[in-house]
Design a protein around this ligand. Structure first.
Ligand code: AMP
Length: 425
């Protein structure tokens, strides 16, 4: 038997109903906040992620699905391609490629789609997973650097989670400084790590030299006491970063958005500057982060584009759905009625009635005339239909149909013209 590849999975009904519910709700919220959808390719040149996400991150150093795309003709080059491990780099590439800065406006873009990372699979962690994300970026003259943008994005997230019905999340907030003040912090980390790194894991030993900030991402339990004792970034922020962060917090306070400052939260991607944040949920166990994001003021320039400060986030849709399921927020079956032909020659009448009801916007399913009454009712029950509509000889002759509500067992006769409205109530 051929099975789905390790770390990938099939999403089946009825779960897909909940996935669609989530996507529909978030699209509504995005529209209210004036975000529009962007769709970028699922694979890009490897260089985009190496330069955008950062060579020393876990993602780029060990989790990417990368392959050589061999030249087919002399005019083509052999390319190194990678399945996107995240979508911000792709969005910023598209922003640069299509000169979106020419509008002079903030670009407010959202995406929904699969991402790929070769991580060790477990509950809430997959090799193909789905993200719902958004980015706000644009020229500084459009205000893209200002704390109000950070606060608006974070506040929108509370509205997104509200709209899908997620309760009990925690918001962690931090500032990771900027290229002006981070070197001093990196140096302080390097000095502090020099004494302890020999007792830490191999990744930490290497990163202590190459990119000490990434040591803070380390999940190895034995390393945690050393990491807790390292210098805190808050003590190294320069005046600009300090003020920016305090303004973000002040706006969130005014909006009554609750958060906790977590000085260790530096997020696993190199492009972040200043604000970073994460929402966690208790129902998710070890993989507790439902979403993460932050500001990436230098990313566009790093990718060869114009100055385009920005901020964004990605919700892990798989985890959001898991958390909703843990809350028992299972989407109700949208099936209104099961249309049951009764007796020889009734199929076409049943299908005609179903066609009318469906055209009127009512979700119905149809049996066939070989079903006995009992089988029709059993099938309707299994499908989760609210009603059974019987299409027998008498009904056809009188153009009025026996309708039985499954829950109450109550039966009514409803004229053809009134049926869609009756079922839709
Ligand atoms: P990141 O792009 O690493 O900032 O991740 C943003 C969010 O995507 C995380 O908070 C998770 O909810 C989700 N996520 C990241 N990696 C995975 C994965 N391998 N499987 C499922 N969800 C993931």
């Amino acid at each position: 038997m051929i099975k789905a590849v390790r770390g990938t999975r099939d999403l089946l009904p009825p779960d897909t109903g909940l996935w669609n519910f989530v996507e529909q709700k978030v699209r509504e919220v995005f529209a209210r906040y004036n975000f529009q959808e962007i769709r970028t390719p699922v694979f890009e040149s490897t260089e985009l992620f190496a330069r955008g996400v950062g060579e020393e991150t876990d993602i780029v150093s060990k989790e990417m699905f990368t392959w050589e795309d061999k030249a087919r003709a002399a005019s083509e080059k052999t390319l190194s391609l990678t399945l996107r491990p995240e979508n911000t780099a792709g969005v910023v590439r598209a922003y640069i490629e299509h000169n979106l800065e020419k509008t002079g406006l903030l670009q407010k873009l959202y995406y929904i789609g699969p991402q790929f990372r070769r991580e060790r699979p477990q509950k809430g962690r997959y090799r193909q997973f789905y993200q719902i994300g958004a980015e706000v970026l644009g020229p500084a003259t459009a205000g893209s650097e200002l704390p109000i943008r950070d606060a608006e994005v974070v506040e929108m997230l509370t509205a997104l989670l509200d709209a899908v019905g997620l309760k009990g999340w925690t918001l962690y907030l931090n500032s990771v400084g900027c290229p002006q003040c981070r070197p001093a912090y990196n140096e302080a980390l390097r000095v502090a790590l020099a004494d302890v790194k020999d007792k830490m894991c191999g990744d930490c030993q290497r990163r202590a030299e190459t990119n000490p900030l990434r040591v803070l991402d380390c999940k190895v339990p034995e390393d945690q006491p050393y990491i807790e004792a390292l210098p805190k970034i808050a003590d190294y922020l320069d005046e600009g970063c300090r003020q920016h962060f305090s303004e973000v917090r002040a706006i969130l306070d005014t909006l009554a958005v609750p958060y906790t400052v977590n000085p260790r939260m530096v997020r696993g991607l190199d492009y972040y500057s200043r604000t970073t944040f994460e929402f966690t949920h208790g129902e998710l166990g070890a993989q507790s982060a439902v979403l993460g994001g932050g500001r990436y003021d230098g990313l566009s320039e790093q990718l060869g584009g114009p100055q385009a400060p920005g901020i964004g986030f990605a919700i892990g849709e798989d985890r959001l759905v898991l958390a909703l399921q843990a809350q028992q927020a299972v989407a109700v079956s949208p099936l209104k009625a099961f249309v049951a032909p009764l007796g020889a020659g009734t199929n076409r009448h049943a299908l005609k009635l179903a066609r009318e009801l469906r055209a009127a916007g009512v979700a119905v399913d149809v049996g066939d005339e070989s079903f006995r009454l009992k089988k029709s009712f059993e099938t309707a029950e299994k499908l989760g239909a609210a009603y059974v509509v019987l299409v027998g000889e008498n009904e056809i002759a009188s153009d009025a149909f026996a309708v039985k509500e499954l829950k109450s067992g109550q039966q009514t006769t409803v004229a053809r013209g009134a049926l869609a409205e009756f079922l839709g109530r």
